[in-house]
Design a protein around this ligand. Structure first.
Ligand SMILES: [Zn+2]
Length: 346
């Protein structure tokens, strides 16, 4: 950013703790004010928390089932939310992304109620959707409020929580890429938001063994870390502190093998290799991911060697405006294979 100014948009309130879903009515009251409330949610999630959500709200909300994170689902939520006071996204990733973008387009408040902690979209200003002209997140607005019930999130499958750890660890190389871009291209760099994002990565790197137990305290730490990285993006005014070469690698795999692996899993694996390119301690990243039960080898998420090599050599092309270590190094197929083999990814 060379304009000399940027806008910081942040969530206004966060309610976190065990059983807080019962406080959802009070939490959204300022926005709801007797109007229609639309809840965007997946079918699994709805069956798990529907009763709790309905018991907490003063009036019955309109439920919209989110099947996929794509524009069609955004349109459906928007249709249901015409004349609504606010939208609540209840779920893991999809419902929050879809609800966030629908609310942004309708200029109404959005509340995020994560039921798992698999990536930082729960608090960030970005929405990650399929079927757009580009395979990375688009800028919307951060949620007005985030209500994170630790009791609900702790009961999510471990794989989702481990994936959240992968997304947190990825801030390590994202920040390195941002520093590099600042040096090479003169792009704006904010050390405050960078430090905030790094702090979240260190939560995993420093405490992976305890964190990997996914007891209530660990889950709370993970959720706070993910909320903080979303806030870091809000302070930076871009996804820079949260998304670098490791995310480009993950986005490229999304194109090659859309059904394989979760976002945080692919970012975690990418971070191991990008850390080596940045000449930082990639072994520490790898063992932290292992300790929390996240995959460290591409085969664990059904990605074969050739896809890894292709993603490494081509990832920088999907977002040419984002300068990262992959723009600097321009890996050949041979050097990409060497990198992936030497870090145990393939
Ligand atoms: Zn991410």
């Amino acid at each position: 950013m060379d304009t000399g100014y940027h806008l910081m948009e942040l969530p206004t309130k966060v309610l976190i703790g065990e059983g807080v879903i019962s406080k959802l009515g009070d939490f959204v009251e300022d926005s709801a004010r007797g109007g229609k409330v639309v809840v965007a949610s997946g079918s699994n999630v709805a069956s798990k928390v529907r009763r709790a959500v309905e018991a907490a709200l003063p009036r019955e909300p309109v439920w919209v089932e989110v099947v996929a994170a794509d524009i069609r689902n955004v349109d459906q939520v928007m249709e249901a939310a015409e004349s609504a006071s606010c939208i609540i996204g209840v779920g893991g990733g999809k419902s929050v992304d879809v609800g966030k973008l629908a609310a942004f387009k309708l200029h109404i408040p959005f509340y995020s109620v994560p039921t798992s902690a698999s990536h930082d979209g729960i608090s960030s200003p970005f929405a990650s959707l399929k079927g757009l002209d580009r395979p990375y997140s688009i800028m919307a607005k951060p949620p007005l409020g985030i209500l994170a019930d630790i009791e609900v999130i702790a009961s999510a499958p471990r794989r989702l929580l481990a994936s959240g750890c992968g997304d947190l660890v990825s801030k390590l190389t994202a920040v390195k890429d941002w520093e590099l871009a600042h040096r090479v291209t003169g792009e704006y760099y904010g050390s405050y938001s960078a430090s905030l994002a790094l702090m979240s990565a260190n939560t995993v790197l420093d405490n992976s063994r305890t964190l990997g137990s996914f007891g209530r305290d660990s889950v709370r730490e993970l959720v706070e870390g993910l909320i903080s990285t979303g806030v870091a993006a809000g302070i930076a005014g871009s996804s820079r502190p949260c998304s670098g070469s490791e995310h480009l690698f993950s986005h490229y795999l999304d194109v090659l093998a859309p059904e394989s692996g979760l976002h945080g899993e692919k970012c975690g694996i990418g971070t191991i290799m990008m850390a080596k390119l940045h000449r930082i301690d990639w072994r520490r990243v790898r063992s932290a991911l292992k300790n929390v039960g996240a995959p460290v080898e591409a085969s664990q998420i059904g990605i074969d060697d050739s896809m890894v090599v292709e993603a490494l050599t081509k990832a920088s092309t999907i977002r040419p405006d984002r300068y990262t270590i992959l723009s600097k190094r321009r890996l050949s197929r041979k050097s990409a294979a060497l990198l992936a083999k030497s870090t145990g990814v393939i």
